[in-house]
Design a protein around this ligand. Structure first.
Ligand code: SAM
Ligand code: SF4
Length: 311
């Protein structure tokens, strides 16, 4: 098991496949972004080898992210390779632009937990936020993934004056499609963090607003869960990831593997240990170093964009 000096066990690995993306969600990605050339990214066999070793050492959950992970031409090769690993949970976080065409093939793999970013249920607002005119395509893919039996969640970053008027629409969406919606607090991540104050909506405010109109029943979650969740009498499942107002750093169980092979301890800190060419014997030393970097408290902000961190 990978356990740090504070007895936190690292069970989850966030795996970045690329820092590139075809959307430009304004809070995540600068309009003129530069991306790591694909020749520098980890190859499928390297993902399998590094993740396999970390799974042997105790990692239980893998989640692919980015950038937009599905943009890689070898995306399915990576998923198929990682599917041989004996993890409890294997998931994908995606903007769903390419999801529909991948679902049949994904169904044959062990990647069953799909989180889709969907910050608006209105086509116009979706376009304003993402600078991509693909609302219908994303919405249809979410529903189709659910119909095909995947475990699907929708991630919605709530921002004041941008989409916070849509929270009740998302609750109705959740009840209608039986899909959990998670409201994410906007994090102080990326060059955009300076505008954070004006857009930030704490989870408590959304909960109060919802409670004014509907009954929220709390659901219990594992102690290292990043979200706290509720059901409603209409059958909606909603969660809150309150990374700013209720940080979960003291119970964090996550490590991050970047697309160029750095192992990172925390999304809020740029430190990373090169694990790409490490031999199996080097792993204990690398892990010790990485765990020593893992903070127990919430670092205030990071200027590195989320797409470079790995979602
Ligand atoms: N492209 C994929 C997607 O959008 O799902 C995966 C990568 S994206 C960086 C992963 C998640 O990070 C998305 O749900 C996105 O909304 C969220 N995200 C990006 N920047 C954020 C910020 N500043 N605060 C909170 N969440 C953020
Ligand atoms: Fe791309 Fe995801 Fe960032 Fe949007 S949130 S720009 S889809 S990486």
């Amino acid at each position: 098991m990978i356990i740090d000096q504070y007895r936190r066990q690292m069970k989850k690995l966030r795996v970045q496949l690329t820092d590139a993306c075809n959307f430009r969600c304004f809070y995540c990605m600068p309009h003129k972004a530069t991306f790591t050339p694909s020749s520098k990214l980890l190859r499928p066999s390297e993902y399998v080898s590094i993740c396999g070793r970390l799974v042997d050492l105790g990692v239980e959950e893998l989640r692919l992210s980015g950038g937009e992970p599905t943009l890689r031409s070898d995306f399915l090769e990576i998923v198929e390779g990682l599917s041989v690993l004996p993890v409890k949970k294997f998931g994908l976080t995606t903007n769903a632009y390419k999801l529909d065409q991948l679902l049949r093939a994904l169904k044959r793999t062990r990647c069953r937990y799909i989180n889709v970013s969907l910050d608006s249920l209105s086509a116009g607002n979706f376009k304003r936020i993402t600078h991509a005119d693909y609302f219908d395509r994303v919405y249809r893919s979410v529903c189709r993934a659910k119909d095909l039996g995947f475990s699907v969640k929708v991630n919605c970053v709530i921002m004041r004056g941008i989409n916070d008027h849509e929270v009740f629409d998302f609750v109705r969406f959740s009840a209608k499609h039986d899909i959990e919606v998670r409201f994410l607090e906007l994090m102080r991540v990326g060059p955009f963090f300076r505008a954070h104050r004006s857009l930030f909506v704490p989870a408590s405010e959304i909960i109060d607003r919802l409670r004014g109109n509907i009954q929220l029943t709390p659901i219990s979650k594992p102690s290292d869960s990043t979200s706290f969740n509720f059901t409603t009498s209409s059958g909606a499942h909603i969660g809150f990831i309150a990374s700013e107002s209720k940080p979960f750093c003291s119970g964090c169980s996550r490590l991050r593997l970047t697309a160029i092979g750095l192992l990172r301890a925390c999304m809020m800190s740029e430190e990373g240990a090169d694990i790409r060419y490490a031999a199996l014997d080097d792993y204990p030393e690398i892990l010790q170093k990485v765990l020593s970097w893992k903070p127990t408290y919430r670092i205030d902000h990071i200027e590195q964009p989320m797409v470079h961190i790995g979602g």
